[in-house]
Design a protein around this ligand. Structure first.
Ligand SMILES: [Zn+2]
Length: 66
């Protein structure tokens, strides 16, 4: 009864009373997409870096001990 109408912090649209977040569904989805894209971008960069290190390690690796 004493629930005030809340609005999305981003686009200002009315939020459902069941919505526990500060953003509406579409804004949350967009944010999730952005986060995922960011993670993928960072992960891809880290992965390619790792591959370079591994490749270099294999090529310049030891085996000259004997
Ligand atoms: Zn919104």
């Amino acid at each position: 009864m004493n629930e005030a109408i809340r609005y999305c912090k981003k686009c200002g649209c009315e939020l459902m009373s069941t919505n526990k977040h500060k953003l509406c569904d579409s804004c949350r989805r967009k944010r999730a997409e952005n986060i995922r894209n960011g993670l993928l971008g960072a992960g891809g960069t880290a992965l390619s870096f790792l591959l370079i290190v591994v490749t270099n390690g294999k090529h310049g690796g030891g085996g000259n001990k004997a």
